[in-house]
Design a protein around this ligand. Structure first.
Ligand code: BES
Ligand code: ZN
Ligand code: ZN
Length: 489
């Protein structure tokens, strides 16, 4: 889908459909000749403007557009960028099935803010996306939207800039979703590294991939333990963004993403039901790779380095066993009581490596635990930290990007749960508080660097299609990462 910005008068747009986002209480006054028809639609009771309501009027009076599509965002006072992004997604997905090829969105009235402009473009790109690259008939009979125009006749320069930012963010998020959708037989750790390299070359990022030999030399015994059962070699992908000037206040942000290209559980094997979903166990890495693309294009003023440990967690005669003890890069020994708790075993080595490379602040994103889904469902990402000030900064970035994140506890005495009789740490903490013990395990390696851990197991993918987004990966975390990189000025 081509995306473009236009200051033309809305009446002159000759598109298949013009989308207008409307509130629940009363018909909008757009100042257009078709206002009366819209008011009639509200009065008829057919359309209420509730979130996810969509209505289409044909041949709207006074417009060059063939149709006007009203997409509801609910109560006006509750409107935020998340609601607007979804409302646009609902309209785009609805219109796709109604033979519209060229569509536009009217940004007018009090919707005219830079963050709304970005949200509209993001919503359109995210909504239009289909995970169909491996279908022989990709469109499944349904045609795609060819062109999306953001029509903002009275836009400021800030709004036009926000349009470009939204386009980069939406496209980068779709890159993450593409990576996550690839099945594990295609997207092996090696292939993930190749795709990251290709992306890096396109946007002039520095890319380096540590191979198995290099990791052994360095002493990443924990990461290598997980990888042992697979015939696919592991890779540690490192993507570097360096700003033109010196970093603000000496900050160097490290983004770390869990890249388990398939998680069978290993010898502590998972049940068969839903095991296919474990191709998504690299969504953290996908988010980091997508974020690094956006960062390279948008150019914040601090250095940012992305680290994606990529492995396949498999069962075989060479696989790590329950009871095995591995030694991490930072020297701690770990008793592996459950081989399915593998994410923390690859992230710890990446977190240590990131600190060795000079990162002053760390954020990791990982589909780490089923327990976080029990705690928060699919609506909130769990956020854990060893530093309140840094957590507040990350949560503020998330809020401004409409990514819901909920702070979770990490009291010192959770350490008890991770005691091992034979090693410095166990890799699991028993039945209770599973998301917290997983996070606490990582904290042992992140300390003393300010660090935030995002458990995205519940938010990284939709188990079913949503009216505003296709089934599968969401690209969660990416917008927060990018916003965070811009929070130091
Ligand atoms: N990748 C899984 C976590 C997961 C579960 C992600 C469901 C998405 C949806 C992770 O590696 C895992 O298996 N965790 C175990 C940890 C347990 C063995 C302590 C879990 O959550 O059951
Ligand atoms: Zn696992
Ligand atoms: Zn996993």
């Amino acid at each position: 889908m081509r995306v473009e910005f236009s200051r033309s008068a809305v009446e002159s747009l000759t598109v298949d459909a013009l989308i207008v986002a409307v509130a629940e209480e009363s018909a909008p006054a757009l100042g257009l000749a078709c206002d009366a028809a819209i008011t009639e639609l509200y009065q008829s009771g057919e359309f209420k403007g509730k979130a996810q309501d969509l209505a289409v009027l044909h041949q709207p009076q006074g417009l060059g557009a063939r149709r006007i599509a009203l997409t509801g965002f609910g109560k006006r006072e509750a409107l935020n960028t998340e609601g607007l992004r979804k409302a646009v997604g609902v309209a785009v997905r609805g219109l796709k099935g109604k033979a519209a090829r060229r569509i536009a969105f009217l940004l007018s009235g009090d919707l005219q803010t830079p963050s709304n402009a970005a949200a509209v473009v993001e919503g359109a790109l995210l909504g239009e996306y289909e995970p169909d690259s491996l279908r022989t008939d990709p469109t499944k009979g349904e045609k795609r939207i060819e062109q999306f125009t953001l029509c903002a006749p009275a836009a400021s320069r800030e709004i036009e800039e926000a349009f470009s930012r939204g386009m980069i963010l939406g496209e980068s998020q779709n890159l993450s979703r593409d990576l996550a959708n690839e099945p594990s037989n295609i997207l092996t750790p090696t292939e993930l590294a190749n795709r990251a390299r290709v992306m890096a070359a396109e946007v002039a990022l520095q890319a380096e991939v540590l191979d198995e030999d290099r990791m052994r030399q360095l002493g990443m015994g924990s990461l290598l333990g997980v990888s042992m059962g697979s015939t696919e070699p592991p890779a540690l992908i490192v993507l570097r963004y360096q700003p033109a000037g010196a970093s603000v206040a000496g900050v160097h942000l490290g983004l770390v993403g869990k890249g388990v290209t398939f998680d069978s559980g290993g010898i502590s094997i998972k049940p068969a039901d839903n095991m296919d979903k474990m191709k998504y166990d690299m969504c953290g890495a996908a988010g980091v790779i997508g974020a690094m693309r956006a960062i390279a294009l948008l150019k914040p003023s601090i250095p940012v380095t992305g680290f994606c440990p990529a492995v396949e967690n498999m069962v075989s005669g060479r696989a790590m066993r329950p009871g095995d003890i591995v030694k991490s890069l930072d020297g701690k020994t770990i008793e592996v009581l459950n081989t399915d708790a593998e994410g923390r075993l690859i992230l710890n080595d990446a977190l240590t490596y990131a600190q060795r490379l000079g990162c002053t602040h760390l954020v990791d994103a990982a589909t780490l635990t089923g327990a976080i889904v029990v705690a928060l469902g699919h609506l909130q990402t769990g956020a854990f930290s060893n530093n309140q000030e840094f957590l507040d900064r990350v949560l503020a970035a998330a809020r401004s990007q409409g990514e819901r994140m909920w702070p979770m506890p990490l009291d010192e005495d959770y350490k008890e749960y991770l005691k091992s009789a034979f090693a410095d740490l166990a890799n699991i903490g028993g039945r209770w508080g599973g998301a917290i013990t997983a996070a606490y395990f990582l904290k042992e390696f992140a300390d003393p660097t300010p660090w935030v851990h995002l458990d995205i197991a519940g938010t990284a993918y939709h188990e079913e299609a949503k009216p505003w987004m296709a089934k599968g990966p969401t690209g969660v975390g990416l917008r927060t990462f990018v916003e965070l990189a811009f929070s130091w000025r």
